[in-house]
Ligand binder design. Sequence first.
Ligand SMILES: NC(=O)c1ccc[n+]([C@@H]2O[C@H](COP(=O)([O-])OP(=O)(O)OC[C@H]3O[C@@H](n4cnc5c(N)ncnc54)[C@H](O)[C@@H]3O)[C@@H](O)[C@H]2O)c1
Length: 363
Amino acid sequence: MTANPSAGLRLGLVGAGGIAEVHADAARRAGWTVAAVTDPRPPRTSVIAAAHPGCREVGDLATLLADDSLDAVTIATPNATHVPIAEKALAAGHHVLLEKPAGLNAAECDRLAAAEAAGPQVLQIGLVCRSTPVAHAVRSIVESGRLGTVYQARAALHRRRGIPGLGGWFTDRAQSGGGPLIDLGVHVIDLVLHLLGQPKALRASGATYAHFGHDIERYLHLEMWGGPPQAGGTFDVEDHASAIVRFEGPLTLEVDVAWAANLPDGAVRDGIVLLGDRGGLFFEPLGREIKMATEEGGRLVDMQPLISPEDAGQAAWRRQYEVFAAAIRGEGKPAATLAECRCTQAIIDAIYRSSAERREVEV
Ligand SMILES: NC(=O)c1ccc[n+]([C@@H]2O[C@H](COP(=O)([O-])OP(=O)(O)OC[C@H]3O[C@@H](n4cnc5c(N)ncnc54)[C@H](O)[C@@H]3O)[C@@H](O)[C@H]2O)c1
């Protein structure tokens, strides 16, 4: 194993918005050189270049992709551009770290899979919640058999008022593919599948709601990722989604994700619950603790496994780049593969379809 697989690797950033800053910082902390950035908004590339001396601001995508000194590119652009840009980057010979969701739907993932299969480059999808210390610990607990047969998973993530960039690309279905289900749900559905060894989904029943985003000028909020709100913009996605997914065997997954809801504080606990016949556990995706309930020696027992005290977000973002670098050097798999993400995307597609048809549908 290479001492630091990231050392000497040069990264190009496509997209210089909010999350690109987090990528650049994480890549640098892992040992990469942030070498180039492109975005149609020059003030944004300047922010990245100022924080990463030596990083070249490039006027357009084609020029960045033609730079042979780059080993890989990170794509952190609006969702609808993910597959077209990733296809170009792979065709240009770059390894690719593609932000979630991999595509707008499973059909787009299939299109990208064809591009992935055409070359030897690594394609890693940016499902960062897999790389937290808490997710690593939960996965090892599940694999140890400590929970027995896991028959129910629940995943919840709610914001009271947290619609990102209201009126902009996040809330325009043509550019985003949907609301919190594809934005937040993709993280937690993927995480549950990853922790449980990619179980096969069979059917889904879901409902989506849209009650807070339509009146952009009167939307009440305290802060806004990707903001400010764009008056006269588009809001044609859901702001809340809820579903039950049935898998092969006894497993079901209940998922509830909201960008906006009138949820009183403490009414619902955000996080992931895994219920098995020998043990159950709860954790928050970016938290530092796991609470377990089990039986031992004829008694009911509460347990709290100790995990790394590192900041979950910082550790996970850096680890994404370490694992990506190792995969590039042929030392392991990407942290999240397109084939795995396609399974999550098929579930999301089915939930949207179920909501539209108001019935359970095949995944
Ligand atoms: N992993 C996470 O936790 C996480 C968090 C936030 C966002 N994201 C994902 O990251 C992506 C970007 O989100 P964001 O919040 O940074 O959005 P953003 O709107 O802040 O940034 C997107 C940037 O992409 C630029 N852009 C648009 N088209 C481009 C193109 N063709 N070439 C180069 N740049 C282009 C825009 O000008 C903008 O600066 C989305 O797919 C989102 O789902 C992931």
